[in-house]
Design a protein around this ligand. Structure first.
Ligand code: ATP
Ligand code: MG
Length: 427
């Protein structure tokens, strides 16, 4: 007996009954991005491994243990993208988009990380990434937050997410803080877990990002980076919080928020929820001015974020009032030799007349009863009935599938107006 092949662990299918909610979310996202003047960029799913090593940093979870890396047939080391920021910047540098220009960009697609799969954490997951280049003012940091704030409202989940903010300052400020932090953790070495002990020498700030509950206390008592920031970093941060306050956007300052990636500077933020257990970060980002030079570009500015779509969808699923469009409005039943061909012709005529009508026709025949059953299953509002008698009379029958109302017999033109009116089709 042969065994059915199954999907790869942590990589999921989105089935037809789930896609309407995804499309609903995707449409809202597109509308909000358009309303701020953002352009879509489409990027490859595979990049040279070196790109991620150089941008994300060698001592990060992603590069240390999560990347899907392989040698292609030429022996080049390639990696399935674990995130989009590096590829987006690579593309913009490669095509000269960063030279005396500003850009507001977004991309959408799968990312790959070899993590332990659990609710809200997968090996293939979809991200919306938003990246802006060339703008130093804090207003762009604030804009990205406002954009997401608008999206939450549009999706009806504003009450389910909270905004957390922190500033990581400049590289020089972080180096000064790093010394203080290392000294503190050295003193409390006995409290550190294995990962953190390793990070103490390589990337001590990342200890603050640890999700191990046993580390909670030692992290909570650690010195705060905010105290080591210079005037400019403080002013930048203050300008953002003042803007948000002026616009009524609530935020919390979280001094432990350092983000998992090395390339952030100044602003970092996360939108978190309490509704998804430990996978509570739905959207995360910040400013990463230094990365452009790190990838070989001229000094420049960059701010962006990424949102995990599966986590967003999990939040949307908790909303019961979202009416997602059904795939079929009308189901066309054909019974009889003449009706088979006439049904096809009539269906094509309807699609010409009412382009937005969602019409499905029956294919494999059967009697009226079995075809009505199929019609019912599609969720359609109406069945159009064409038997040989209807063909002879140049008419069609229309049955209300969801209401107990009498069946109608209409001419072809009457049928078009009837459907147009009933389904409120405007084209
Ligand atoms: P986490 O702390 O949850 O591991 P991260 O810091 O690794 O997240 P980022 O690289 O900043 O996450 O990615 C941004 C967003 O992408 C996350 O906030 C989350 O919503 C989503 N995301 C990241 N990794 C996964 C994953 N393995 N499965 C599903 N969504 C993910
Ligand atoms: Mg992670």
């Amino acid at each position: 007996m042969s065994v059915n092949i199954q999907a790869i662990r942590g990589m999921h299918d989105v089935l037809p009954e789930q896609t309407p909610l995804w499309q609903y979310a995707e449409n809202c996202i597109r509308e909000v991005l358009a309303s701020y003047g953002y352009s879509e960029i489409r990027l490859p799913v595979v990049e040279k491994t070196e790109l991620f090593k150089r941008s994300i940093g060698e001592v990060t979870d992603i590069v240390e243990k999560e990347m899907y890396t392989f040698d292609d047939r030429n022996g080049d080391s390639l990696t399935l993208r674990p995130e989009g920021t590096a590829g987006c910047l690579r593309a913009c540098l490669e095509h000269g988009l960063l030279h005396h220009q500003t850009h507001r960009l977004w991309y959408y697609g799968p990312m790959y990380r070899h993590e332990r799969p659990q609710k809200g954490r997968y090996r293939q997951f979809i991200q919306l990434g938003v990246e802006t280049y060339g703008m130093s003012g804090s207003a762009i940091d604030a804009e990205l937050i406002l954009l997401m704030h608008r999206l939450w409202k549009k999706l009806g989940i504003r009450g389910k997410v909270r905004l957390q903010l922190n500033s990581l300052g400049t590289i020089a400020e972080r180096i000064a803080y790093r010394e203080v932090l290392v000294a503190y953790f050295e003193q409390h070495k006995h409290c550190l877990d294995e990962d953190s002990l390793r990070r103490l020498n390589t990337n001590p700030l990342r200890i603050l990002d640890s999700k191990n509950p046993q580390m909670h206390e030692v992290i909570a008592n650690a010195p705060e980076l905010m105290a080591y920031l210079g005037d400019e970093s403080i002013a930048h941060f203050k300008a953002i919080t003042t803007s948000l306050e002026g616009l009524g956007v609530a935020y919390e300052i979280n001094p432990r928020l350092v983000r998992g990636l090395d390339y952030y500077s100044k602003t970092v933020f996360e939108w978190v929820t309490d509704e998804l257990g430990s996978q509570g970060t739905v959207c995360a980002g910040g400013r990463y001015d230094g990365l452009i030079e790190q990838l070989g570009g001229k000094p420049n500015h960059a701010v962006g974020f990424a949102m995990g779509m599966e986590r967003l969808l999990a939040l949307l699923e908790t909303r019961e009032d979202i009416a997602v469009a059904k795939p079929v409005d009308v189901y066309l039943i054909r019974v009889g030799n003449k009706a088979e061909q006439e049904g096809l012709r009539f269906a094509e005529m309807l699609r010409d007349e009412l382009p937005s009508l969602k019409l499905q026709i029956s294919i494999d025949g059967g009697n009226f009863k079995s075809q009505f059953k199929k019609a019912d299953k599609t969720g359609a509002e109406f069945a159009i009935i064409i038997g040989d008698d209807e063909v002879d009379r140049g008419e069609v029958g229309i049955k209300f599938l969801r209401d107990d109302r009498p069946q109608q017999t209409l001419s072809h033109t009457q049928a078009v107006s009837f459907l147009q009116q009933q389904l409120q089709i405007t084209n």
